[in-house]
Design a binder for this molecule. Structure first.
Ligand code: UDP
Ligand code: MG
Length: 314
């Protein structure tokens, strides 16, 4: 039996319908890896029978099941963060409880990790049983995000992934409030390898990601990983400046060379466009300072060393 410890982290929110079936499949998958393991459930403020079932699981499997229960709903991303904070494993695996990400892929992820990957992320080839609206918005969103982000965030990936301990340790240093784990994982770099899979339907129950929660996550993804929205007014200002200047030049040429008489209001419009250009540029400059302040506030590590050779400073 291999001796590296694996930690499986499972956020849970109103999932009494799926929890026991989910446990059976997760536990079987963990056993088949041949590694010692712990399963960490984080109850994200469920008020149904979820906690009762988790108590029962913890009692029946004191060596493998650990439970953390939030005082209220803090959201999926923070539930996963809590699990990571308390995981003791050499590799951490994050998975949803609803069996949309098949636990049977875990042994394969572990194998890829042992072959040298620091991060193994699930890449969705297809999504079964989700509405056209969700599939379409997800597809568009991932593309918009990757075009705006300064770091390549892989398309069509969720939080189903395995992280090596050294990656998880860097994660734990990033204490920003608004968290977008898959973006943070991409930001950190390391040797990240995709594992392609077909995303199943939910085994039971309904999605807990309401439209509001999805929008918040989508905004966190864009605003945490791109300062472009803040810099946009500057680009608009420059564009207006160029247009206004070209307009004024055209009117001067028409008046001076061809003796045309441009109406007063046209001069007023050109003046207005140039004034707006100045305003937008000023807003853009503010945005650039704000973006930099935001980066400082996040207080992320300045750099991440993945490996050292003969460094002599342990
Ligand atoms: N979840 C959570 N807190 C929330 C919403 C969801 O911990 O506020 C958990 C949920 O129990 C599940 C995972 O996050 O394990 C993903 O949620 P869900 O399956 O509802 O999202 P979807 O797959 O529909 O995007
Ligand atoms: Mg789901």
């Amino acid at each position: 039996m291999a001796n590296e410890l694996l930690s499986l982290i499972i956020p849970v929110y109103y999932e009494e319908e799926v929890l026991m079936e989910s446990y059976r499949r997760m536990d079987a998958a963990m056993q088949s890896t041949g590694h010692p393991y712990e399963i960490i459930y984080v109850n994200d403020g469920s008020r149904d029978g979820t906690m009762k079932l988790l108590r029962q699981l913890a009692k029946e499997h004191p060596d493998t099941v650990r439970v953390y229960s939030f005082s209220r709903n803090f959201g999926h991303q923070l539930a996963v963060t809590c699990g990571m904070d308390h995981a003791k494993g050499d590799a951490l695996i994050i998975i949803d409880v609803d069996l949309q990400d098949p636990p049977e892929l875990i042994p394969k992820m572990v194998e890829m990790w042992k072959e040298g990957a620091d991060v193994v992320y699930g890449k969705r080839l297809k999504r079964k049983g989700e509405t056209i609206f969700k599939k379409l918005t997800a597809k568009l969103y991932y593309r918009l995000l990757s075009s705006m982000s300064a770091y390549p965030i892989p398309l069509d990936t969720g939080d189903f992934r395995l992280l090596d301990r050294k990656v998880a340790d860097v994660f734990l240093k990033m204490r920003e409030q608004a968290r977008f784990l898959r973006g943070m994982s991409a930001w950190m770099g390391f040797e990240a390898v995709p594992l392609e899979y077909v995303r199943d339907e939910r085994a039971a129950g309904k999605t807990k990601y309401t439209l509001k929660k999805m929008l918040k996550l989508a905004c966190d993804g864009i605003f945490n990983f791109s300062s472009k929205p803040l810099e946009l007014p500057f680009a608009i200002g420059v564009l207006l400046g160029v247009l206004g200047t070209l307009g004024v030049i055209a009117m001067i040429v028409l008046t001076a060379i061809y003796g045309a008489k441009c109406p007063q209001w046209l001069w007023a419009v050109a003046g207005g466009v140039l004034l707006h250009a100045v305003t937008f540029c000023c807003m853009g400059v503010h945005g650039m300072y704000l973006g930099r302040m935001y980066d400082e506030l996040k207080d992320r590590p300045l750099y991440i060393v993945a490996e050292t050779l003969n460094a002599g400073d342990n």
